[in-house]
Design a protein. Structure first.
Length: 518
């Protein structure tokens, strides 16, 4: 794998003065002191790369990449230190020193973990903050790119398009997502029906294992390479960088958004969407978004259902295609906007048409949100079920000041062709679409996957089960693991036993080592 860093850990002794306002008064504080001294003795980390609660910049460093406002509270447990590596050797030093001194680490690339498990815990922990490791190198001739874990997908899209108007990468629609967590959890996006997920287009990775060694695909086992593509890197190693395969796109793509109120027949269109969207040509992706909006009367709430599309082609081809397969949408050429693929990523991120593409380089898009999501649907929801959902959404809108919306994302196409065991991400053939919204999990019971209910790691949900912070209980882990990974969970536990038998890399929803499975 292309990398300028040495694959061996070099111990560099330096004098590093850490200004700490507290002294060790307990076993945990003594552990932290020893951890920090270990870094001072064994790494070329600069002082400005380490933040402790005594630093004036500690709170800013902590909050800079907390993307869920639920955890921007005084009650949220805080790390005893934040380490922001500038080099892979700094990652090695952090892992070695933390393991040797009994300090847990949480790895954060850009902080989009839906449950905040990359930056919070009830045990003594350190955040390994990857935001400085964000270089991107695009090789158009070989149709590959090298991207570090702290880079955002917005910057990745921008860099790819700057090198080639005909290349892209299949990943999410939120530009501030970090490649470290987004890719390792699957990487769901609006080109997945054409090219699959991000994990289906990863060629290599550089990671730091629990022993502090640097590994790439040639030196790691194929089992580990399989596991970090969809199984989440946080259970197995620290993801440092990826080598990804670029995909081809036309110079012009088409986007559209068509809204319907209930009075305009939104229920009928939404019902038909479920039957059509997963079966459309793979060049076309149509997301359904149900939102609660204000009515014409005070305190009145209404439902608006919008259909947002991306077509890898021009409008002249798109309109007749949609009107033949999905006439209920009543798509016209006036609804369509042709633009470059890069411009379409800006549109899908929610910015107005004409917004400069440089907005993709903003690592913190807007204010942090309050969010909680659920996922999984395998059968068509009848119109009566849709009407029930609309009423539930309105009820939520009446009791919440937050914007209430529900996203429905279609599967099919390439997703149905890739075997469940190809990567650790198992949600493939048989899924119609995926939903996102808090408080709908139990109420969606009649319509969703069963035995077990399925969930998606990139939409992490602590409500489906968790393990204690200081251990990973196999019985507990099987509850959430079977939902995230289905039959792949057992293989993941075996990879964990091979790569991290002491269970150093852990969190409240990590994979436990299994030494007994055959």
């Amino acid at each position: 794998m292309k990398d300028s860093n040495s694959a061996t850990f070099q111990l560099v002794t330096i004098v590093l003065f850490l200004s700490l306002s507290w002294r060790a008064t307990s076993d945990s504080s003594s552990q932290v002191d020893k951890f920090l001294q270990c870094l001072a003795n064994n790494s070329a980390l600069m002082l400005e790369s380490i933040y402790t609660p005594s630093n004036s910049s500690f709170e800013n460093a902590l909050q800079a990449y907390i993307r869920n406002r639920r955890f921007l509270t005084p009650e949220t447990p805080k790390p005893v230190a934040i380490v922001a590596p500038n080099h892979v050797s700094h990652v090695q030093a952090t892992v070695i020193c933390a393991k040797d001194n009994g300090v847990q680490i949480r790895v954060r690339s850009v902080g989009h973990d839906y449950e905040g498990l990359s930056y919070r815990s009830n045990v003594t922990f350190v955040i390994l903050d990857m935001f400085n490791l964000r270089s991107i190198d695009v090789d158009v001739d070989n149709e590959v790119a090298f991207v570090q874990a702290g880079a955002t997908i917005g910057k990745l899209y921008y860099k790819i398009a700057n090198e080639s108007k005909g290349h892209a990468y299949p990943a999410g629609v939120c530009p501030s997502l970090g490649t470290g967590g987004h890719f390792s959890g699957g990487g769901y996006g609006n080109m997945m029906r054409k090219y699959g997920l991000s994990v289906d287009n990863i060629l290599d990775a550089q990671v730091v294992g629990a022993d502090g060694n640097i590994l790439d695909r040639a030196s790691m086992s194929e089992d580990l390479f399989w596991a970090i593509r969809g199984g989440g890197g946080a259970s197995f190693a620290v993801i440092v960088s990826w080598k990804i395969k670029l995909v081809q796109v036309p110079e012009k793509v088409t986007v559209f958004t068509v809204p319907f109120t209930l009075e305009q027949g939104a229920t009928d269109v939404a019902f038909k969407w479920q039957q059509v969207a997963p079966k459309l040509p793979e060049d076309l992706y149509i997301r359904q978004i149900a939102s609660v909006i204000n009515g014409s009367c005070p305190l009145e709430k209404k439902i608006l259902v919008s259909f947002m599309g991306l077509f890898l082609g021009e409008a002249d081809k798109l309109v007749p295609l949609v009107n033949q397969s999905f006439p209920e949408l009543n798509l016209t050429k006036e609804d369509c906007k042709e633009m470059s693929w890069l411009e379409s990523t800006v549109y899908w991120a929610g910015f107005p048409v004409g917004t400069p593409v440089q907005v993709l380089l903003n690592r913190t898009q807007g204010a942090p949100n309050i969010f909680k999501v659920k996922s999984d649907v395998k059968t068509v929801i009848p119109k009566e079920g849709l009407e029930t959902i609309w009423q539930m959404l309105i009820g939520m809108g009446n009791t919440s000041a937050a914007n209430i919306s529900m996203q429905w994302n279609p599967y099919g196409g390439k997703m149905s062709e890739i075997p469940e065991s190809s990567t650790a991400f198992p949600h493939r053939s048989g899924n119609l679409f995926l939903i996102q919204l808090r408080d709908m999990y139990d109420r969606m019971g009649p319509f969703v996957s069963k035995d077990p209910r399925e969930a998606f790691l990139n939409y992490r949900d602590i409500d489906i089960g968790s393990s204690p912070s200081d251990q990973t209980n196999f019985t507990h882990a099987q509850v959430y693991g079977s939902k995230y990974f289905k039959d792949n969970f057992q293989r993941l536990t075996m990879v964990k036993a091979e790569m991290d038998p002491s269970n150093f890399f852990k969190n409240e929803q990590s994979i436990p080592p299994n030494f007994n499975f055959k």
